[in-house]
Design a protein around this ligand. Structure first.
Ligand SMILES: Nc1ncnc2c1ncn2[C@@H]1O[C@H](COP(=O)(O)OP(=O)(O)OP(=O)(O)O)[C@@H](O)[C@H]1O
Ligand SMILES: [Mg+2]
Length: 364
C-alpha cells in the first residue's frame, strides 16, 4: 500500500545537485500527504531563486511516480527561513566558487581614486542607484575590506544568507544587490585587521561565492589609493573599465600619472572621470560657488582621453542621506544621463589589454 513513509523513502534517493546530499536529509521535504493515489509534498529550497529548482522538482516527481499506486504528484515550492538555512549550513558547506556557475554578469565597473575620502563610495552608490532607476539589474560589491562604507550609506542591515548556489546578497530598497564585509561583521564598529592575502581572498569570494544571478552591471567600490593589495585583487575580476573619481583639490599631473599607472597595472581602460565636490550652490543667492577653486576635471579628462561623466556638488543633503542610509534617493542629472548612455560608454566587451604605458597614452 502507498504510504507517506514510502514516499519519503523514495525521496531519500533524490539529491540536491549542489550540496550532493539527499533532499530528505537536508530537511527540504515537508508536509507529505497521500490520498487515493494522489501524493503531495512541499520542497523547501535554500532559495527560491535557485536556478536548479526545476531539476530538483523533476527528480523528486520522478522518484515518487515510480512507486506503485501513484496516480498524481503535486509538488509545492517554499523557501527555508533564515534560521533554517543557518542550521542547514552549519553542517553542510556549499562547494567553493559554486555561484560562479550560475552568475551571468554583463559588465563590471570599478570605482577608483588616487587618494582617500574623495567620494568613491558615494559615486559607486549613486551610479548603482541611477542604473537601477533605468531598470537595469545592478550589484554593488564593496571591495573596501578594512573600511567598508557601502552598507551604511545604502542603509543595509540584513545579513547575506547562505544557499546551495552561493551566498545570497541582501538587496537595497530598490533592489540593488549588495555585498560588503560590513554585512558579515557582528557590529558596525568592528574592524577587520587583515593582511593582503586574506583581503584578496575575501574579494575573490565576493565574486565567486556570491550568487549574484543575472546582472547587467556590477559596480565595485575600491579601497582608497593604489595599494598593491587592491591592484592584485582587481586583477582577478574581469573589469570592463574604471571610473576615476577626483576632487578639485588634486593636482592634475598627479591624478593623471596615478590613473595611468592603475590602468596599466589592471590592463583595463579608464571609461570616464567623475569630479566630486566640484562646487556648492550658495543657499542665499543660488549662485555656483567653486569653493575648492576652479574645476580641473575637464583637464584631467582631456589628459586621460576619457570623458568627464559627471560633476557632483558639495551638498549637505548628500551628507544627510549618507548618514541616514538613503543615498539611493539622491538624484544627479549627470548620472541620469550616464545611466541613459551607459551601453555606449561601457561596451559589452572584454577588457582591452594594454601592453605598455605607451599603448595607453596613445589612447587607442
Ligand atoms: N559631494 C558631497 N557633498 C556632501 N558630502 C559629501 C560629498 N561627497 C562625500 N561626502 C561625504 O563624505 C563622506 C565620505 O565620502 P565617501 O565615503 O564616498 O569617500 P571615499 O572616497 O569612498 O572614502 P574612502 O577613501 O575612505 O573609501 C560621505 O559619506 C559623505 O558624507
Ligand atoms: Mg570608500
Amino acid at each position: 500500500m502507498l504510504t507517506e513513509e514510502k514516499v519519503i523513502e523514495a525521496l531519500k534517493k533524490v539529491n540536491d545537485p549542489e550540496l550532493d546530499k539527499s533532499i530528505v536529509e537536508l530537511g527540504m521535504v515537508r508536509d507529505v500527504k497521500v490520498e487515493n493515489g494522489k501524493v503531495s509534498f512541499t520542497l523547501a529550497l535554500t532559495t527560491l531563486a535557485c536556478p536548479l529548482k526545476d531539476r530538483i522538482v523533476a527528480d523528486a516527481k520522478e522518484a515518487v511516480s515510480s512507486l506503485d499506486g501513484v496516480k498524481e504528484v503535486d509538488v509545492k515550492l517554499a523557501e527555508m527561513t533564515p534560521e533554517e538555512r543557518e542550521k542547514l549550513f552549519s553542517t553542510v558547506k556549499p562547494r567553493e566558487g559554486v555561484a560562479q556557475r550560475f552568475n551571468s554578469i554583463r559588465r563590471v565597473i570599478a570605482i577608483m581614486s588616487g587618494k582617500g575620502g574623495v567620494g568613491k563610495s558615494l559615486v559607486a552608490a549613486l551610479l548603482a542607484s541611477h542604473l537601477r532607476r533605468r531598470g537595469y539589474e545592478v550589484g554593488l560589491l564593496d571591495a573596501d575590506i578594512t573600511g567598508p562604507s557601502i552598507p551604511k550609506i545604502m542603509g543595509i542591515t540584513n545579513r547575506p544568507l547562505p544557499s546551495a548556489t552561493g551566498i545570497i546578497p541582501p538587496a537595497s530598497s530598490t533592489g540593488i544587490k549588495i555585498i560588503s564585509i560590513g554585512l558579515f561583521l557582528p557590529s558596525e564598529d568592528d574592524a577587520v585587521i587583515w593582511r593582503g592575502p586574506l583581503i584578496s581572498r575575501a574579494i575573490q569570494q565576493f565574486w565567486g561565492d556570491v550568487f549574484w544571478g543575472n546582472l547587467d552591471y556590477l559596480i565595485v567600490d575600491l579601497p582608497p589609493g593604489t595599494a598593491d593589495a587592491s591592484l592584485t585583487v582587481m586583477q582577478s575580476l574581469p573589469l570592463n573599465g574604471i571610473i576615476l573619481v577626483t576632487s578639485p583639490q588634486e593636482l592634475v599631473k598627479i591624478i593623471v600619472k596615478k590613473a595611468m599607472k592603475m590602468a596599466q597595472h589592471l590592463h583595463v581602460p579608464i571609461i570616464g572621470v567623475v569630479e566630486n565636490m566640484s562646487y556648492a550652490i550658495c543657499p542665499d543667492t543660488g549662485k555656483k560657488w567653486e569653493l575648492f577653486g576652479p574645476s580641473r576635471a575637464e583637464e584631467v579628462a582631456r589628459e586621460l582621453r576619457a570623458p568627464l561623466l559627471a560633476q557632483i556638488p558639495i551638498d549637505p543633503e548628500i551628507a544627510r542621506l549618507c548618514d541616514q542610509g538613503r543615498i539611493e534617493e539622491y538624484e544627479v542629472e549627470d548620472f541620469a544621463r550616464v545611466a541613459e548612455r551607459i551601453e555606449e560608454i561601457v561596451p559589452e566587451v572584454q577588457p582591452r589589454f594594454f601592453t605598455s604605458m605607451a599603448d595607453f597614452s596613445r589612447g587607442d
